[in-house]
Design a protein. Structure first.
Length: 177
């Protein structure tokens, strides 16, 4: 696997990975996070993905020999409006999506390690992320396994009901060890 920088043209790959995650979650009755409708069929979600890929740093994990993306991580020094501000500058993981067919193969961990390297290269010592905190809390636990600790919980009011979220963070050491 290799990780490379993407850009505005990465939005379709991001949407394809999210659509795969929506199908995977829906098949397991876990619809609270992203719903049941593929994001590529939701104009507001397509616009959000396009804006993210145009305005933020896109990092793509792909097979070493090339091929379809295995995962995408989108980073920025600006947190989303619903996340509280940290006490210091930081790098924020806006998206981390991996191919559900390759679950457990270390793609997410590799992208988070890459995000730590990016934070370090920018002189930042904090990496933050938020995720869905509803259901059984397994997504929060997954981020904790990746080295994050809980910072604060939040709720986003949506037309179909409240969406519980959790901001997590991890310190970025000066050197990878």
């Amino acid at each position: 696997m290799r990780i490379r920088t993407g850009g505005p043209d990465s939005a379709q790959d991001l949407l394809a990975l999210i659509d795969g995650a929506v199908a995977w979650l829906t098949a397991r009755g876990r619809t609270g996070q992203w719903g049941t409708v593929p994001w590529s069929r939701r104009p507001e979600s397509v616009a959000r993905a396009e804006r993210s890929c145009r305005e933020q740093l896109v990092r793509i994990a792909e097979p070493a020999g090339g091929g379809a993306p295995l995962g995408i991580c989108v980073l920025s020094e600006q947190p989303p409006s619903y996340a509280d501000t940290a006490d210091r500058p930081h790098l924020y993981v806006h998206w981390l999506v991996t191919d559900r067919a390759r679950s457990g193969s270390g793609i997410g961990a590799a992208l988070i390690a890459d995000a730590r390297r990016e934070a370090r290269a920018r002189g930042l010592d904090l990496l933050r992320v938020d995720c869905y905190a509803g259901g059984d809390g397994r997504l929060v636990e997954q981020y904790e396994r990746l080295g994050f600790t809980r910072a604060h919980a939040f709720t986003v009011d949506r037309p179909d009901g409240p969406w519980p979220g959790q901001v997590l963070e991890q310190s970025v050491p000066a050197t990878e060890g």
